[in-house]
Design a binder for this molecule. Structure first.
Ligand code: MLT
Length: 400
């Protein structure tokens, strides 16, 4: 038996596993420390009442032979797909067909699994810094030497440049807006440039819109399909995790338009074949939970939770700015991306913050080389604890 040696090309641990391990080790060595975790972007507000009610009802249906459900349809029940179509697309003027939506157990799985339908020798463009799953899963597939890094820096507003004439042409382009970790957003014009580029070079864009719910400005696209031409070049990944607190429930969906045709084959048909072979669908209870988000009351309740996190983002952004840190993000994003003081690396500042303030962040260099010198804090924490964390940072680093 031979192992998949591509795994040996990965960092030993997934970023958030390393961060979690460091926190646990610190806590074990300092049992009295009151550690505040603002690292992984995991929500803390409970599911909204409309979702809970729908889940309870679904559980009762599963208890009765007349309403019991077994295997769900591969890509989702009509009741949820129709809601997604109406609220996320039709109401926003985007044409999408039922068969183009694939319900799943979340964007992270889809983001890794989608690689199954692409050849190994494709060239892949990935932002730096960015959500580590894009790079790690491509390394697992054996594309380590096929990765084109797109630096996202303060100078380019954390937004990658479309390759210039003569530059290497990527076959697959990962874009994530609002961006994880920097919190940057892409304008309509910027996305149009990417769509035109992909169509011209017959590349595919993988658009991760997991944080779209944080966009409150109508001029900023929430979906890549708001851009003309995207149906022939883009796949979109959506998640209910950050939108509705589903990190523990697990549900998301991927959009694969029929117009995506490569080598004479529809990617939609390939993804359907992949999903129906390797995935057995989302549980009925979860699908009813997701459906409840789209009711009027559900929409109102999830906005209340999103506003709570937006308020946290403001508290962190303003507090850190006041303490003298240069901050980015936090406006259309739950993440605050800030520069560590002169003389520190991302990891050395992470260690000091944990030790001196008992606050856990995520080191920027964990998201890529260009993230070196930055730290990310999440706004998904409890408000009182977030205020406490910011006060500690201000007391330690603020101008005296
Ligand atoms: C993060 O902290 O970057 C995210 O929570 C990770 C994820 O969504 O998988």
């Amino acid at each position: 038996m031979k192992i998949n040696k591509n795994f040996l090309d990965l960092e030993a641990n997934y970023l958030f596993s390393t961060v979690g391990k460091k926190q646990r080790e610190y806590q074990a060595a300092h049992p009295e420390a009151d550690v505040i975790k603002l690292s992984i972007g995991d929500v803390t507000k409970p599911l909204c009442p409309a979702v809970i009610e729908a889940m309870h009802k679904a559980v009762d249906e599963m208890a009765d032979e007349k309403s019991f459900r077994g295997y769900p349809p591969e890509t989702g029940y009509d009741f949820i797909i129709e809601k997604i179509l109406k609220y996320d697309f039709t109401d926003r003027g985007i044409k999408m067909d039922k068969s183009e939506i694939f319900l799943s157990d979340g964007a992270k799985s889809d983001c890794g699994n989608i690689g199954d339908i692409f050849a190994v020798d494709n060239k892949v463009a990935i932002c730096d810094p960015v959500y580590p799953v894009y790079l790690d899963t491509n390394i697992m597939f054996g594309r380590k030497n096929n990765v084109i890094i797109m630096p996202c820096t303060e100078e380019n507003g954390f937004s990658p440049k479309v390759p210039a004439e003569g530059d290497e042409i990527p076959d697959i382009i990962y874009l994530c807006f609002p961006n994880n970790p920097t919190g940057s957003v892409a304008t309509r014009q910027q996305l149009k440039e990417w769509v035109d580029y992909a169509n011209k070079h017959h590349s595919v864009i993988l658009f991760d819109a997991a944080y779209e719910a944080f966009i409150t400005d109508n001029s900023i696209p929430k979906s890549i399909y708001e851009i003309e031409g995207a149906r022939t070049c883009a796949i979109e990944l959506r998640s209910f995790s950050k939108t509705a607190g589903f990190t523990g429930v697990r549900c998301g969906y991927t959009v694969v338009p029929h117009d995506l045709v490569f080598d004479g084959t529809e990617l939609n048909a390939m993804w359907f074949r992949r999903q129906s072979t390797k995935f057995n669908g989302v549980s009925y209870i979860t699908q009813r939970a997701a459906e409840a988000i789209y009711s009027d009351i559900g929409q109102k309740q999830i906005q209340e939770n999103l506003n709570y996190y937006r308020e946290n983002a403001k508290i962190i952004f303003n507090g850190l700015t006041e303490a003298g840190f240069k901050c980015y993000g936090g406006i259309y994003s739950p993440y605050i991306w800030f520069k560590v003081p002169e003389g520190y690396t991302s990891w050395s500042f992470f260690d000091e913050l944990l030790d001196q303030c008992n606050v856990v962040g995520t080191p920027g260099s964990g998201f890529g080389k260009c993230g070196e010198g930055f730290l990310r804090l999440t706004a998904f924490g409890n408000k009182e604890r977030t205020i406490e964390a910011v006060e500690r940072i201000k007391a330690k680093y603020g101008k005296k």
